[in-house]
Design a protein around this ligand. Structure first.
Ligand SMILES: Nc1nc2c(ncn2[C@@H]2O[C@H](COP(=O)(O)OP(=O)(O)OP(=O)(O)O)[C@@H](O)[C@H]2O)c(=O)[nH]1
Ligand SMILES: [Mg+2]
Ligand SMILES: [Zn+2]
Length: 375
């Protein structure tokens, strides 16, 4: 019988669950999100759940709602078939991206903007790109690397479709060149090449998550690893079908030999919700160059002794990489400022609610709860 430990339950989560234990709640992990409910693995097996009204009313930003990978506390009233989600344990790691930027004056919009959490409590995150991809693009990969660093999980890059890419070694070289020391694996989900290297990351109680654009083969790799077609994969993709998402919901699967896999729908136009630190980890080489300029306040423009301009001129630093670095740094500065303002706004809303008793309007779209009009 599978236990919570197979799903990654450990002392860390046990510890943060203590207060919930005292309230007779049950621990569970969110394994799937669908339109109307969450699927769970609870202590006593699989279950379906919705948010309890109390929990829903305590959540302000959308990122305070459960996502696949979360460890949660649930209750099950005697008379009910369903479980109710009462709380989320602190996330150890989380994959995030920027939501649609609807940061606005009212709370509902504030709750809808900011950060989107893709999945949580991940040990290793695989960024998958395809080597046939017409959108294979190093600047895009750099954006993903920022996101991987931000997550707190161990980042790994997978280049798929080796079977149809005779010059796969060139792709590896190009990616290694921009990913300072991250592991890069070339694989094929069709003829299973290279997958043994990926198997090495799957360990009992550890969670891995696959992200990347639509059509790169995330679900195909998962099926190949599992040795059965658990995830739906589209057939031949004709030119006009590109960009159509095959996987529409995040889903968690158990690896028979131990380990947990999360498949995600393809991401379109990734904008990382990242800190400056994540950007600087991604572009370590440039940060290093910047520290070698003659003047400590060098703007890397026309100053003499500028290590950055010299590196660009000598070909040591690709201009495109440098401009992507500047762009991502600008975006993350802006994002950090926004996030601060948003936290402030949410706190203000919560305070208003506590002191006046007037309910602040909640984000209502796509929320899995029982009675939408309970408040
Ligand atoms: N030649 C080749 N085709 C592959 C490989 N892996 C996947 N494909 C094909 O690529 C297409 C997309 O594969 P999926 O596994 O659905 O891609 P995905 O990344 O899960 O896509 P979304 O679910 O939309 O995000 C399918 O037609 C697969 O058969 C591979 O290693 N080689
Ligand atoms: Mg898929
Ligand atoms: Zn300089």
């Amino acid at each position: 019988m599978t236990t919570l430990n197979d799903y990654g339950w450990n002392e860390f989560f046990e510890k943060s669950f203590e207060p919930y234990r005292a309230m007779n709640y049950i621990p569970a992990r969110v394994t799937k999100e669908s339109i109307n409910q969450y699927s769970l693995m609870a202590e006593n097996g699989e279950a379906k759940a919705v948010l309890s009204t109390k929990f829903f009313m305590s959540a302000f930003g959308k990122e305070q709602l459960p996502v696949v990978g979360d460890w949660i506390a649930v209750s099950k009233p005697e008379e009910s078939e369903e479980y109710f989600i009462e709380g989320i344990l602190p996330r150890r790691t989380q994959l995030t991206r920027k939501g649609k930027d609807t940061f606005g004056r009212n709370f509902e919009k504030a709750g809808d903007g900011g950060i989107r959490i893709i999945s949580s409590n991940i040990d290793t995150v695989f960024y998958v790109a395809a080597m046939d991809d017409r959108d294979f693009n190093l600047s895009k990969i750099e954006r993903y690397i920022v996101m991987l660093y931000e997550s707190g999980a161990e980042p790994v890059i997978i280049l798929n479709k080796k079977d149809i890419c005779p010059d796969w070694q060139d792709y590896i070289a190009k990616v290694e060149n921009i990913s300072t020391g991250l592991p890069v694996h070339a694989v094929s989900a069709v003829d299973f090449e290279g997958l043994d290297e990926i198997l090495d990351y799957l360990k009992p109680g550890k969670t891995v998550s696959f992200i990347g654009s639509s059509g790169v083969g995330k679900s195909s790799i998962i099926n190949a690893l599992l040795g059965e077609d658990k995830m739906f994969v589209s057939g031949i993709r004709e030119a006009d079908k590109r960009g159509k998402h095959t996987t529409t919901h995040r889903e968690m699967l158990l690896f028979p030999e131990g380990g947990v896999l999360i498949d995600n729908p393809g991401i379109r136009d990734l904008k990382p919700a990242a800190s400056i630190e994540a950007v600087e980890s991604t572009f370590e080489d440039i940060v290093d160059l910047e520290s070698r300029c003659r003047f400590s306040n060098c703007r890397h423009d026309t100053e003499p002794g500028c290590a950055v301009t010299e590196a660009i001129q000598s070909g040591g630093l690709c201009e495109k990489r440098y401009s992507n670095y500047l762009k991502l740094k600008r975006e993350s500065k802006f994002f950090e400022k926004r996030a601060m303002m948003r936290d402030f706004q949410l706190e203000k809303a919560a305070l208003k609610e506590r002191t006046t008793g007037v309910k602040v309007k909640r984000h209502s779209k796509g929320i899995k709860r029982r009675d939408k009009y309970a408040y």
